[in-house]
Design a protein around this ligand. Structure first.
Ligand code: ACM
Length: 268
């Protein structure tokens, strides 16, 4: 199946324009599943809670979800994208998966980065895997990459591919994801953004591009540029990720020794 990543440079707060641009760009390719960046519709660097609430939307009734649901049905495609979610007086940094038949599910970012902790609640969904028929799709968001448990839990829950909307500013994620893919035997699709935001007199944030798709051995299948928007698609069978063997006598999951580390994970 054809899987792709979309790398954008959104205009902060210009939700309609950012959605329109994304859809126009998605229209230039053929794919079965596309991953878009974190907060693809709003931009990243919020300066107040009021601003977050003004731009956050309910899922799936908000305008971004509605536009993406309509587009996914028309284009016969699955889409994973990040947006700010409003739930009564709370906001989450969330990602949504939609498909040809409509809304499928959401994930709320577990590990908040820097000032996100001022504006968003820590995610309460846990890590989720969605069965879309030809693949089991796990979702994590940006800084979740720093915590290997994120990808491990998704893999243990049966993900064939980890869709990873991101707005990366730290180096090393792209290399780390190669290890996440290798150690878990999962495909990964990191959709990052480019550009700089320096809002409200804050330190500039420079987004690092290089969106990538990796196979279940950690090999790079495709990578976008550091400073340019872009879109790319690869043709892969992600079900090959279901073979977890390392050697004829070793297996990524069966050789684990959870009795040696389960207590540590449970208690710290
Ligand atoms: C990040 O989590 N957006 C760095």
């Amino acid at each position: 199946m054809k899987i792709g990543v979309y790398q954008n440079d959104p205009e902060f707060g210009q939700v309609d324009k950012n959605i329109r641009r994304a859809i126009a760009d998605l229209d230039t390719i053929e794919a079965d599943l596309m991953v878009l960046p974190e907060l693809f519709n709003t931009g990243y660097q919020f300066i107040s809670k009021e601003e977050v609430f003004g731009l956050a939307e309910e899922i799936p009734s908000g305008k971004t979800c509605r536009a993406m649901i309509e587009y996914a049905a028309a284009k016969n495609i699955f889409l994973v994208f990040g947006l700010a979610e409003r739930v009564r007086d709370k906001a989450f940094n969330s990602a949504v998966i939609v498909g040809p038949k409509g809304y499928i599910g959401r994930y709320r970012k577990s590990h908040l980065f820097l000032e996100e902790t001022f504006f968003f609640q820590p995610g309460d969904t846990g890590f989720r895997v969605f069965d879309i028929g030809w693949a089991n799709v796990g979702i994590m968001i940006c800084f979740d990459w720093w915590f290997p448990e994120s990808a491990r839990v998704l893999a243990l829950k049966g993900a064939d591919i980890i869709c990873h909307p991101a707005n990366l500013v730290l180096p090393s994620c792209q290399q780390a994801m190669a290890i996440r893919s290798l150690e878990n035997g999962v495909f990964s699709a990191t959709a990052n953004r480019v550009g700089t935001e320096a809002r409200g007199g804050k330190e500039p944030l420079i987004f690092t591009g290089e969106s990538q798709i990796l196979n279940h051995r950690g090999d790079m299948l495709t990578c976008l540029e550091k400073n340019k928007t872009g879109i790319c698609v690869v043709d892969v069978d992600v079900k090959t990720a279901r073979d977890k063997s390392i050697t004829p006598l070793n297996d990524r999951f069966q050789d684990r020794r959870p009795e040696l580390y389960k207590r540590l994970i449970d208690t710290t």
